[in-house]
Design a protein around this ligand. Structure first.
Ligand code: BES
Ligand code: MN
Ligand code: ZN
Length: 506
């Protein structure tokens, strides 16, 4: 059974549940709900803190049993760190730690958390509940479907079934409920994107992604339509660039098109375009062996489109959104593109493929042209694990953002800040176009002169195909997975952007 979440408002000591959760700041300064519990127990909590079992370090936890004056079976103390330093990240870490402790160190079947009472500068109850739920869902996420059945011994006797987030006042309940429903929609989208990312390349193929989209449409027939363009269709459309990437693979490429229509009829949609490269070996420009397995995550841009659509149908936002996922493998074989090959894109621009490992831009440029011509979107945002250089430039915290429209860049940066899935803008200056000039074709797929700036070069290539649209590009190479685990990013950023977009439409 999956977990259920609730929002309510009530006194901590009066909760008849298996566990209540309260925060403790560093230097034993209890948060307000913890003080209430302390009073009810006639100083028991303070006494335990004095003994030194819990020092309030951020993320530390301690389970107390049978606290007098408290109806709940257990009190879970969660360290919040120094009160002065308490910020958004601390709030998320504390909630994640609480979720972990609840699951790993208690047999509690239900719990009420008072961590949502803690004030985080610049944020309200809606944000608190939203972020608490998202942090909890993130920490509960598991990907173990491909492991053998777990031995019964390791299964907990009881499992958490109900988790309630308490809000300070009854008047906060609507805000809390709103935060909860947004968070759940985002979390379900994130979880789908993580699953697809974590799946290996032999399972998560272009056909698998296409089926996933078709299933989502079948489950939401009144909101969502999906059509899949096959290689023959792409041939007819002149997508020579995209097809040059799939030519070296036994898996047929798919162009997965999703149409979510719930806004004003005929109103131009927001377009989300994703790189769905289900395995990137580099092709004839073969990658080195180390960490090549991680190139199963090269479809995370596409997965984030599917994840965002999952959130979208759950939130039923009153807008029109289209998604286009360019999906292919990049493999070396006798048919594969060779360095120096020249291909013609759907836009008619010829491309010299100097490195077959710069394939993301080759599949995306045709997907972007198709999106522009088919849907004439109000704005177009693409997501791609495009360049290793972006990881060098920005590390793993922000996604790289590029845009030809400052207001769109601003809206995306703001959405990322709001929900805690941030981006950082890099330049898209015309100067860089010099760097992708080709001796023999209109452009080359890698830099032919100049030094460095690989993430910008990739974006500059895509920009050649998006001049007629309000367009933004998110390079998620550093953020879509960390270590060997998918993060589901940038589903939160995109969903928040759409929530804001829908609010502005009204
Ligand atoms: N999918 C990779 C980018 C990538 C590499 C993401 C490592 C995350 C970690 C992309 O297709 C690629 O191979 N890009 C090349 C471009 C180069 C050949 C200009 C790269 O980044 O090395
Ligand atoms: Mn590549
Ligand atoms: Zn790639």
């Amino acid at each position: 059974m999956s977990m259920e979440y609730f929002v309510k408002s009530g006194n901590p000591e009066k909760q008849r549940v298996a566990c209540i959760i309260v925060g403790i700041f560093d230097r034993r300064a209890a948060s307000e709900p913890a003080e209430v519990v302390d009073k009810a127990s006639e100083g028991q909590v303070a006494a335990i803190l004095r003994k030194g079992d819990m020092d309030g370090k951020l993320g530390s936890t301690l389970v107390l049993h049978g606290v007098p004056g408290v109806f709940a079976d257990r009190v879970l103390l969660v360290g919040l760190g120094k009160q002065r330093d308490f910020d958004e990240t601390s709030f998320r870490k504390a909630n994640a730690a609480a979720a972990r402790a609840l699951r790993n160190s208690t047999g509690a079947i239900d719990a009420v958390s008072y961590l949502t009472h803690i004030e985080v500068k610049g944020h309200d109850t809606r944000w608190n509940v939203q972020q608490a739920v998202m942090a909890t869902e993130d920490s509960f996420y598991r990907f173990d479907t491909l492991k053998g059945a777990p031995s019964k011994e390791h299964l907990p006797v009881y499992k958490l079934e109900r988790l309630t987030f308490d809000v300070p006042r009854r008047s906060d309940l609507p805000a809390g409920e709103q935060g909860l429903s947004e968070a759940l929609a985002v979390a379900h989208g994130v979880s789908l994107a993580k699953d697809l990312g974590n799946l290996p390349g032999n399972i998560c193929t272009p056909s698998y992604l296409a089926d996933c989209a078709l299933q989502m449409a079948a489950a939401n027939p009144d909101l969502l339509k999906v059509k899949i363009l096959e290689e023959a269709d792409m041939e007819k459309l002149g997508m020579g660039s995209l097809l040059s990437v799939s030519r070296g693979s036994r898996q047929p490429a798919k162009l997965i098109c999703l149409e979510y229509r719930n806004g004003v009829k005929g109103e131009k949609p927001v377009a989300l375009v994703g790189k769905g490269l289900t395995f990137d070996s580099g092709g004839i420009s073969l990658k080195p062996g180390a960490k090549m397995d991680e190139m199963k995550f090269d479809m995370c841009g596409g997965a984030s489109v599917l994840g965002t659509f999952k959130a979208l149908v759950e939130l039923k936002l009153p807008i029109n959104v289209v998604g286009v996922i360019a999906s292919s493998e990049n493999m070396p074989d006798g048919m594969a593109s060779k360095p120096g090959d020249i291909v013609t894109s759907m836009a008619g621009i010829t491309i010299e493929v100097l490195n077959t490992d710069a394939e993301g831009r080759l599949i995306l440029c045709d997907a972007l042209t198709y999106t522009e011509r088919t849907y004439e979107p109000a704005v177009c945002i693409d997501m791609a694990t495009l360049t290793g250089a972006c990881v060098i430039a920005l590390g793993q915290f922000p996604s790289g953002l590029f845009s030809n429209t400052p207001s769109l860049a601003r809206a995306l940066l703001t959405a990322g800040e709001q929900i805690g899935d941030r981006a950082w803008e890099l330049p898209l200056w015309p100067e860089y176009e010099e760097n992708i000039k080709s001796e023999f074709a209109d452009i080359a797929n890698i830099a032919t002169k100049g030094e460095g700036g690989g993430a910008i070069i990739g974006a500059t290539f895509l920009h050649k195909f998006t001049k007629k649209m309000k367009w933004a590009h998110l390079d998620i190479a550093g953020t879509a997975w960390i270590g060997k685990k998918g993060t589901g990013r940038p589903v939160p950023l995109l969903t928040q952007y759409l929530v804001n977009y829908a609010a502005k439409e009204e």
